[in-house]
Design a protein around this ligand. Structure first.
Ligand SMILES: [Zn+2]
Length: 264
């Protein structure tokens, strides 16, 4: 401690001496003003430049990209309208990833009107035009019309005329096209963001190719009665993180969000 005090004392003395010398050259008695004639002025100038030199010595090259990156991270960004929107988007992203089924959709409702476009990536509509179908079988346990046993129905059946157009319920990519005569017949599976997939079964025709990228509501094929079926209908499933969930609560999500936006 005493060594440090000595260094401090002698360096302050040295700075004072130098400053007085410089001051002597002009007028050291003019101590009332902060001018080059005043020794305090030179002490200030010396300490100022010593600080700059020390800063350069300890923090090295501030133009190093890594340092700049660290600096940028340390600077707290002011919350602008854009970043506030990003926070909403982030929150919706997290909620959609965590969503287990559509019964939990209420958690998203405060945020959806702020970013309704996100619904283009989430199955949130009916795959047929409203006036084109009748809900003939819901999700859940039912007495199977052909197998004549009670078993769980993992989708919904939308009875419609043969060749009624089918539209994908969210943007995505065609993950599978199959034909299973003992099951869903001609069917398409589309994978979407946030762990969602949708299955369209008993189709008459398929209008998409495997791997094709689709926008929300793109035409994907027509209603038929292929596979195990008692009449023309669309069997529609929503799969979330590997579980087949009830699609029915998703049918009005997009419609409700957008119609509320219009009335506001
Ligand atoms: Zn079905």
């Amino acid at each position: 401690m005493s060594v440090w005090k000595n260094i401090k004392k002698s360096s302050i003395g040295w700075i004072k001496g130098c400053a007085q010398k410089v001051g002597d050259v002009t007028n050291s008695k003019d101590s009332g003003h902060f001018t080059p004639q005043n020794s305090n002025y030179w002490i200030f100038v010396t300490v100022f430049f010593l600080c700059i030199a020390a800063n350069r010595f300890f923090y090295d090259n501030p133009h190093n990209t890594k340092d700049l990156g660290n600096l940028a991270r340390q600077i707290s960004q002011p919350i602008t309208e854009e970043s506030r929107e990003d926070l909403v988007y982030q929150r919706l992203n997290d909620l959609l990833h965590d969503l287990k089924n559509f019964e939990q959709i209420d958690r998203l409702k405060p945020f959806l009107p702020l970013r309704p476009k996100i619904l283009d990536s989430v199955p949130s509509t009916v795959p047929l035009f409203r006036e084109h179908y009748v809900l003939s079988s819901s999700y859940g346990n039912r007495h199977h019309p052909i197998h004549r046993i009670t078993r769980k129905h993992f989708g919904v059946d939308l009875a419609a005329e043969k060749d009624t157009p089918i539209y994908c319920t969210a943007a995505g990519r065609v993950a599978h096209i199959g034909n299973d005569p003992n099951g869903h017949g001609l069917h398409v599976i589309i994978s979407h963001a946030y762990g969602f997939s949708t299955l369209y079964g008993h189709m008459e025709s398929v209008a998409v190719a495997l791997g094709e990228a689709l926008d929300a509501h793109d035409f994907i094929g027509t209603v038929g009665s292929t596979g195990i079926s008692t009449g023309p209908h669309l069997h529609y499933e929503v799969i979330k993180d590997g579980n087949r969930i009830n699609p029915a609560p998703s049918f009005n999500i997009k419609y409700e969000v957008y119609s509320n936006l219009k009335t506001d």
